[in-house]
Ligand binder design. Structure first.
Ligand SMILES: [Zn+2]
Length: 299
C-alpha cells in the first residue's frame, strides 16, 4: 500500500513567540500567515521552513523600508526561531529544494526591487542636493586647467576639480557622505586640507593661509622671511653699479672736464664758467655767506 507524497504538507507553526513577533508576522507576511495567537504563528499550509525563512527575510526588508525598526527586530527574532526549525528539520527532499529555490528566486526579485527603489530614492536626494551646473565660462576654465594638467582630475580621490586657481585648487566631494564637502589642494606641493564650503576653501587657499596647512609652503614662507631683512639692509649690487655709472658720467661730462682742465680762474671769470656744470653747489656755497652778509648790511 504505497502512498504518494501529499501535495500539501501540514501547516507549520511557531510557538513561544512574543506578541510583537506574532503581530509583525501578521502585518508583513499577509496571506502567508494563516493564523496567530499572542504567542504562536501558523503559516499557510504547504509552505516549507525554507520558504518561511525567505518570506520572513522579505518581511524584514519591508519593515526596514518602512523605517519600522521595532518590527524589524521582532521579525529577526522570528527568523531565528525559523532557523532553529530548519536545523531540526530532516534534509530537504527534492520537492523542498525546489520550493526553496523558488522562494530564493522570489527573494532575489524582492531584493532587486528594493535596490532599485533605494537607488531611485538616492538619485532623487542627490539631485536635490546636487550643486548648480557650472556655468559655461566656469566649464571652460575647468577644461583649460585640466588640459594644462590632466592629473588634476584625479588628484583628490572622491573629489572633482571645481574651482581651479593659481596657487591652489578647490575640489568638491562627489558623494554627499564624504568626510568634507570641499578639499583645498596646494598646486605646487599636492598637499590638501578639508574645507566646509568654497568660501572657506578660498580663504585656506590664499598664499599666507597655505603656510598653515602645507608644510612645504610653510618652509618656503620661512625662507622668504629670512631673505627679506638682508635685502632691506642696504642697496643691492645693481643699485651700487647704477650709482657708480652716474658718477662716472658726471666726471666725464664736457663741463666737468672743462672745469678740471681750466686754469684756476679769476673771481670774475669763475662766476661764468661753471654755470652749467656740477660745480654749481660749490659756487652757491661760496656765494651764500656773501648773501647773508648783504642781508645783514641792508638791515
Ligand atoms: Zn604648498
Amino acid at each position: 500500500m504505497s502512498k504518494s507524497p501529499a501535495p500539501t504538507a501540514p501547516a507549520l507553526k511557531l510557538t513561544g513567540r512574543s506578541y510583537h513577533q506574532t503581530q509583525a508576522a501578521k502585518r508583513y507576511m499577509g496571506a502567508n500567515v494563516q493564523a496567530t495567537t499572542d504567542t504562536t504563528v501558523t503559516f499557510k499550509p504547504g509552505l516549507t521552513w525554507a520558504e518561511v525563512e525567505s518570506l520572513v527575510k522579505a518581511a524584514i526588508m519591508d519593515a526596514k523600508r518602512e523605517g519600522q525598526k521595532g518590527h524589524s527586530i521582532a521579525l529577526h527574532s522570528l527568523l531565528r526561531a525559523v532557523g532553529r526549525k530548519l536545523e531540526e528539520a530532516p534534509a530537504p527532499t527534492a520537492v523542498d529544494a525546489k520550493a526553496a529555490r523558488t522562494a530564493e528566486a522570489a527573494l532575489a526579485r524582492n531584493r532587486a526591487a528594493n535596490r532599485k527603489a533605494a537607488a531611485t530614492a538616492k538619485a532623487k536626494a542627490a539631485a536635490k542636493k546636487a550643486p548648480r551646473k557650472p556655468a559655461a565660462n566656469t566649464q571652460a576654465r575647468l577644461s583649460k586647467a585640466l588640459k594644462a594638467d590632466a592629473s588634476k582630475a584625479t588628484a583628490v580621490p572622491g573629489y572633482q576639480l571645481r574651482w581651479p586657481h593659481g596657487g591652489y585648487d578647490l575640489y568638491r566631494a562627489l558623494e554627499a557622505d564624504a568626510p568634507s564637502a570641499w578639499v583645498v589642494r596646494c598646486t605646487a606641493h599636492g598637499t590638501t586640507t578639508p574645507a566646509p564650503n568654497a568660501k572657506a576653501g578660498d580663504a585656506l587657499g590664499a598664499k599666507a593661509a597655505r603656510a598653515a596647512w602645507c608644510k612645504p609652503c610653510k618652509a618656503e614662507a620661512k625662507a622668504a622671511a629670512r631673505k627679506a631683512p638682508a635685502k632691506a639692509k642696504g642697496p643691492s649690487d645693481a643699485d651700487v653699479d647704477k650709482a657708480l655709472r652716474t658718477l662716472k658720467a658726471e666726471l666725464e661730462s664736457p663741463a666737468m672736464q672743462a672745469a678740471i682742465a681750466a686754469p684756476v680762474p679769476a673771481p670774475a671769470k669763475a662766476r661764468k664758467a661753471p654755470a652749467k656744470s656740477n660745480v654749481v653747489p660749490i659756487r652757491k656755497a661760496a656765494k651764500a655767506p656773501a648773501k647773508a652778509a648783504t642781508r645783514k648790511a641792508v638791515k
